[in-house]
Design a protein around this ligand. Structure first.
Ligand code: URP
Ligand code: ZN
Ligand code: ZN
Length: 457
């Protein structure tokens, strides 16, 4: 099957020009102007952007957490991603205590295979380290699971002590992987949570009060310092606070391989959302929490100047029924919020249209840079001969209203309910197949393939 996309404005992280893209089977084979080769199908993209499919390197599909399981599985989550213009995800497999990494890998494979509609990779969450697990880490890298997420938060559940973190870093420094860090000081937060509950402060807003920005800044500093000693690249996930960004900026200014992502929720929502009436504030209970509105400008500046390298979603949806597990105790509200479907439109509308970032930078932050950091480039993350034909035709003029009534994520609220965004995904190709067209999913659950990602060379 061949496909010719004509007259679109092709945008990569570095280029922008009106031209044609020829797709043969699963790959892009030719770029040019006025291409005339015969194709099984031609799509006119005049007036539209033709961009590499979005890459979301932070999702939690079908994830047991907080006494329940995230609402989207690999089928609903990847279809929702595709509707939003994302063609690759990297999800987090979890090694639970007493289990091997291999078991976690197999468990997540079972969750994804036959269900994922787009390509997917895994990071590996390590919650318990032993000599045996260290050996397994090298095996994971060989299997294409080339990044390990470690937690400085959630004591008793996911948190590792500094010694274990450092050991995992040393191993990763040698095996060519990358460390992803959840950087919040879990010990300090635990004390603050217990104190708040003892004082009768049980409402959702106390989730934010007990997770101060400085606790994120401190952990980010510690993560980078440990990674520097271990000589390993570190990628700070879901960075939300100016105090944390300052640590990443300092490290990068010193030439360290420190990277960080932020997420749309930290760019468009704020701690004010916790004051919504009744139990509505629970919709925004996630970790790190939403911050003061002023932090948004700092994050946008970080994105523009490459102190932040990626925008992912931390998609971890729970329905309101599950959020109500925390009635009368905010610490029992499952942490996480939906976002895999809304990322591209939100960032285009709030970033490109407002002039905060260029169209090239938009592509870089949502696709190219995560592909490079996590060993997927140039197979993914660009429009070039030889790359997978993961392509989004994006209408920059179309406006839509974000709403739980119309989204495809399997969750009964949308954190951006009623927000109008201009810039909408129109058509999506996953490895050469049209999977979104005319507002419909035309792909197939199970068509997504596991991505063996490369290690550092
Ligand atoms: O609140 C969040 N972020 N939930 C998902 C788990 C994590 O820490 O990324
Ligand atoms: Zn996290
Ligand atoms: Zn997460």
């Amino acid at each position: 099957m061949s496909l010719l996309i004509k007259n679109g404005t092709i945008v990569t992280a570095t280029d922008q020009y009106v031209g044609d893209v020829f797709v043969d089977g699963e790959k892009i084979t030719t770029l040019g102007t006025a291409l005339t080769m015969p194709a099984d199908r031609t799509i006119d993209a005049s007036g539209k952007y033709v961009i590499p499919g979005g890459i979301d390197v932070h999702t939690h599909l079908d994830m047991p957490f907080g006494g329940t399981t995230s609402a989207d599985d690999f089928e609903s989550g990847t279809i929702a991603a595709a509707f939003g213009g994302t063609t690759t995800i990297v999800d987090f497999a979890i090694q639970y205590k007493g289990e091997t990494l291999h078991h976690a890998y197999e468990t997540w494979m079972q969750k994804a295979q036959g269900k994922a509609a787009i390509d997917y990779g895994f990071h590996m969450i390590i919650t318990e380290l032993s000599d045996q697990v260290e050996v397994e880490m090298d095996g994971m890298v060989r299997e294409g699971v080339t990044s390990f997420k470690l937690f400085m938060a959630y004591p008793g559940v996911f948190m590792l002590d500094d010694a274990s973190i450092f050991r995992a870093m040393l191993r990763t420094g040698r095996n060519g992987g990358t460390i992803c860090m959840h950087a919040e000081n879990g010990g300090v937060i635990d004390v603050l949570v217990k104190k708040a509950l003892a004082e009768g402060k049980t409402a959702p807003k106390y989730h934010a009060v007990t997770r101060p920005a400085r606790a994120e800044g401190e952990a980010t500093h510690r993560a980078i310092a440990l990674a520097e000693i271990a000589d390993v690249p570190v990628y700070i996930v879901h960075l939300s606070a100016a105090e944390a960004l300052e640590m990443v900026t300092d490290a990068r200014d010193r030439g360290l391989p420190a990277y960080a992502e932020t997420c749309p929720q930290y760019l468009f929502l704020s701690e004010d959302n916790y004051d919504e009436p009744g139990f509505e504030g629970s919709k925004y209970v996630m970790s790190p929490p939403l911050r003061a509105r002023a932090a948004q400008d700092t994050l946008w500046r970080g994105l523009a100047f490459n102190d932040l390298q990626a925008i992912a979603t931390d998609h971890c949806p729970f329905c309101m029924k599950e959020k109500h597990l925390g009635d009368g105790d905010f610490s029992k509200i499952p942490n996480g919020a939906p976002g895999v479907e809304t990322r591209m439109s939100l960032v285009y509308d709030g970033g490109v249209r407002t002039g905060r970032i260029s169209m090239n930078r938009f592509v870089e932050l949502t696709s190219t840079s995560p592909a490079k950091i996590f060993g997927m480039f140039p197979r993914k993350g660009t429009i070039a001969p030889g790359s997978d034909a993961d392509i989004v035709i994006f209408d920059p003029k179309k406006t839509t209203t974000l709403s739980a009534k119309t989204h495809h994520m399997k969750v009964d609220y949308n954190p951006y309910e009623g927000r109008q965004v201009t810039g909408v995904t129109e058509t999506v190709l996953s490895r050469g197949k049209v999977i979104i067209e005319g507002g419909r999913f035309t792909g197939r659950a199970g068509a997504g393939a596991f991505l063996k990602r490369s290690a550092r060379s």
